[in-house]
Design a protein around this ligand. Sequence first.
Ligand code: ADP
Ligand code: ZN
Length: 642
Amino acid sequence: MLPQLYTGPGALRGRVYHRSMDRATEILRRVFGYSEFRGQQAEIVEHVCSGGDALVLMPTGGGKSLCYQVPALVRPGTGVVVSPLISLMQNQVDALHQAGVRARMLNSACTPEERDQTVRELLAGRLDLLYVAPERLTSQGMLDLLSRVQVSLFAIDEAHCVSQWGHDFRPEYLRLRVLAERWPAVPRVALTATATVETREEICSRLGLERARVFVSSFDRPNISYRIESRTSVGRQLAAFLSEHRGEAGIVYCPTRAEVDRRCADLTAAGIEALPYHAGLSDAVRAGHQRRFLMEEGVVMVATVAFGMGIDKPDVRFVAHTAMPQSVESYYQETGRAGRDGAPAVAWMVYGLQDVVQQRLRIARSDGDEAFRRASTRHLEAMLALCETAGCRRANLLAYFGERYVGPDGAVGVCGNCDTCLHPPETMDATVPAQKFLSTVARLDRERGQRFGAAQSVDILLGANTARIRRWGHERLTTFGIGRELSRPVWLALARHLLAAGALQVDADYGGLSLTPVGWEILRGDREVTLRRDIRQSASDRASRPRRAVEDLPQQDRALFEALREWRSATASEAGIPAYMVFSDATLREIASARPPDAAALGTVSGVGVVKLERYGPAVLERVRAAAAAEGSPATPPSTPS
Ligand code: ADP
Ligand code: ZN
């Protein structure tokens, strides 16, 4: 079998290799309009073209699709792509049609006529790519149909859906093993943006890909800027953050449906184009909102995590979290929906003590067994460490996936594009305040047999005169009023930090706090506590503020860029496709600055393939000429040297 024969990139050098790679590069240029492969794409394409199986682990926006689309066009026959969601298939098929590729899909959304036509084209060998839902692909009828045609490759997209422990588990994916048995000579490519080693191993064993070559790209998303702040007032903080992103598409993740509705109403009142998305809305409403988010520009989706897979929109400029996700893996997946197109994007989050308490309670009260609780606790602690770190967020995030991060300046663990790198936080020795706090908690627990949440201990330390203090006689505790040197927010941050560090635990019953062995060590003076002083970043902090796409352009190109965007909007809505499918922002930007005088020059712009050139070239060139005329300087004439 081919995968066994394959012994490395040099093995196939020779005529066959050259021919298929030449062809692959030609297809990349002619069909997709790109001048070269990116990252590991070339190696993967070469491997699959020569018949090898592959497991491709690449972050969102890394360019996974080309890894099977190009080989499917190089190899004879039809490439069969398994995809879990109809919206994902539709998206890919639409984008391929824009590039002139003969792609179709078979799923429950197709009418019988469409299905018949697709089958006819398939049997006639007139399809380059066929997208199929997993349950349909593994049906007897479909397997028999496919045995009558030539299959160039099988691509299994979102391959982590085979993982029983993941959040996207699809039982139908388990049946895909049958492909290896029935088509041992057809290459199979499994692709995912999920980074953990456990998931990788599960994918290989469950899909029968033990002999596949594994391609692991760096999971770094350099264009995403990470920012994590202490939550003081979500409404105000979110408003300040969004004021930096007017007119841009983004996602705001909230922990509950009620919060989604509340935030969405606030944003709408503030004149922001915001739409809600959660499991409490009907399928039709959800689909409608998702569609508007995809098709229109500048829509903000306010959502629970129900809004997830299938958001293939490349120009999402920010992902905001109003509370902390349950794990670093979830945080990575959710924030990863920003900036697929490679342009600057922001992952912003606020979190607070309440998140830590809530999540500890969730774990303590869950029905899961001991192993499940231990795993959940580990996940939570890694997430907290990311939030509380005084070091580089990116380095911390990538370390979680086993990657050692080296920054652009060659410095280990300094990215220059996260809040802590841009504004290194001051730290303070908080051992004594920690002892005061822990001693209050311990006294309540040991002397009085009472457990309270963090707020009560903070009130005691601050010497507050509240009804709850008087009712329980807490003004008589020896720690009453001994913490007036710090403000309430600092005490709450300290409580959060102690919970994060495992010095405190939360009761499963009432959510009261008590000390852990680590807490006792701190209290006895056997352990020190360092706390990051929270830097309060103002919204107008320009140093950390990514510029908007249009601000990135030199002044003289902006008018043309805007004119092209307007033309794109109109063209896309007429064709019923999202704007980015016509041309990406990056392509429009390049056109605005290169000002191609004729079709030949336009064809060299990245993202302009032959079909798009033919379809949109005249309109685009007209805009370029109009801009030149408006400025009074003719565009570079095609033949006369300037
Ligand atoms: P993924 O599926 O890994 O999230 P996509 O396949 O959707 O990523 O690609 C992300 C974006 O990068 C798309 O807009 C795609 O057209 C673009 N892209 C992919 N490969 C290249 C390349 N070699 N050159 C330029 N752009 C590319
Ligand atoms: Zn950093």
